[in-house]
Design a protein around this ligand. Structure first.
Ligand SMILES: C[S@@+](CC[C@H](N)C(=O)[O-])C[C@H]1O[C@@H](n2cnc3c(N)ncnc32)[C@H](O)[C@@H]1O
Ligand code: SF4
Length: 384
């Protein structure tokens, strides 16, 4: 049976962070039940489209899914297990904001079936958290992880580095303090994201007005290398550009579904999906706004707004772009099978000689230096 992952997008947040360009809306708790009903209907539609599959992961992302009631988390998890065949080590993960993480909530989430939480810590410095528009401080971030590691089998922390606050760029010493703090708390997985300035966000507008919110490329590379060094020395393995795990079991199996180019269903406003049937792969996007999504489900029995059949070229490109992010790399034969073309041998050899790529039999991988410039590297490989 082919494998499949389920992504559930919960689009509401209690406040909107100035750097974030996800599909998010100010929380309206009165809308929860109606949106959940629509998501449940949508899931049934997707079961018809996917047929029987082995379910490897359920991921609640957002937005802020930790605002959801445990009862509704459980309804979604139970229906998913009814519709698809759960694999023996089914991952059930949720993104959680620190100020939703309490002993009471953790126990309820655990009771609903959640076994992995990724906590959006971002920083342990309260001034930085304020600058990032977060509604928690450093002490709450610490407290959330301390409680979570006691109750959840798997806990991950998200950190953001590479900011410029009131003209002062993040120092290596400051980043080291965040890394030391998270390591001391005993998480088994860390996602370290470089602050990206997205166009239509408060940080994007400020940057266009000349107010720097992020650091330059040179400092960013130094911070990246510091993170890699500190986490590696602490026994973590970088298995993807921004993701580090202490053990194989701690890795995110849901993200692996994306990176390996497997199929996943996306439900909830704006959720993306990929489904392959009889060798044809489609890319789907649900209606973006919560109200539109609900109306769409009521009218059509599903929330899908966009459904594109991927050409072999698109499919191959996506496989390469995703696959080079992970240390497992890609199979060149698989790339050729999907795209119908081979990568340009001269370009490939240039980057291998420069130490940015590594070729071992059929497997192409980015080296640690290659991962630092991965976007440019992948695009140049695809351009030939
Ligand atoms: C989908 S977000 C939502 C998680 C959750 N709502 C929270 O904020 O804690 C997952 C993670 O992406 C990261 N992220 C979001 N926007 C980012 C940006 N512009 N630059 C870097 N990291 C970002 C943050 O670390 C965040 O925790
Ligand atoms: S970072 Fe998280 S809490 Fe902040 S707006 Fe984005 S999804 Fe919402």
């Amino acid at each position: 049976m082919d494998k499949i992952g389920l992504y559930v997008h919960w689009p509401y947040c209690s406040r909107i962070c100035p750097y974030c360009d996800f599909n998010i809306y100010k929380n309206k708790s009165e809308n929860e039940e109606a949106l959940i009903e629509a998501i449940l209907v949508d899931m049934r539609y997707w079961r018809e489209q996917s047929g029987a599959r082995e379910l490897v992961s359920i991921h609640f992302g957002g937005g802020t899914p930790s605002l959801l009631s445990a009862k509704n988390l459980k309804r979604i998890i139970s229906l998913a297990q009814e519709l698809w065949t759960a694999t023996t080590d089914l991952e059930i993960g949720m993104e959680a904001n620190p100020n939703n993480v309490s002993v009471e909530n953790l126990l309820e989430w655990r009771g609903a079936g959640i076994e992995r939480v990724s906590i959006g810590v971002q920083s342990f410095h309260s001034d930085v958290l304020k600058f990032l528009g977060r509604d928690h401080d450093g002490q709450q971030a610490r407290g959330a992880i301390e409680e979570a590691v006691k109750i959840m089998p798997r806990v991950s922390a998200d950190l953001i580095y590479g900011w410029t606050l009131d003209g002062t760029r993040q120092s290596c010493a400051n980043w080291q303090e965040d890394l030391d703090a998270v390591l001391a708390l005993g998480v088994t997985h860390i996602s370290a994201y470089q602050l990206t300035i997205e166009k239509d966000t408060a940080f994007g507008y400020a940057t266009r007005r000349g107010i720097e919110k992020a650091v330059d490329n040179d400092l960013s590379a130094d911070l990246y290398e510091l993170g890699l060094d500190v986490l590696t020395k602490a026994g973590f393995t970088q298995y993807e550009v921004s993701n580090f795990a202490r053990t194989d079991a701690a890795r995110s199996r849901h993200n692996r579904v994306y990176w390996q180019g497997l199929d996943y269903i996306g439900v909830g406003p704006g959720a993306h999906g990929r489904l392959t049937n009889d060798g044809v792969r489609t890319a789907t996007i649900c209606a973006l706004k919560p109200d539109t999504y609900r109306e769409h489900v009521a009218e059509h029995g599903h929330g899908m707004d966009v459904c594109d059949v991927l050409s072999g070229e698109d499919w191959g490109q996506e496989y390469l772009l995703m696959g080079l992010r992970i240390t497992e790399g890609i199979s060149l034969a698989r790339y050729q099978e999907l795209s119908g073309t081979q990568l340009n041998a001269d370009t490939l050899n240039t980057y291998i000689d420069a130490g940015l790529l590594q070729l071992e039999n059929d497997t192409l991988r980015a080296t640690p230096s290659g991962r630092l410039v991965l976007d440019r590297l992948s695009h140049e490989l695809l351009l030939g």
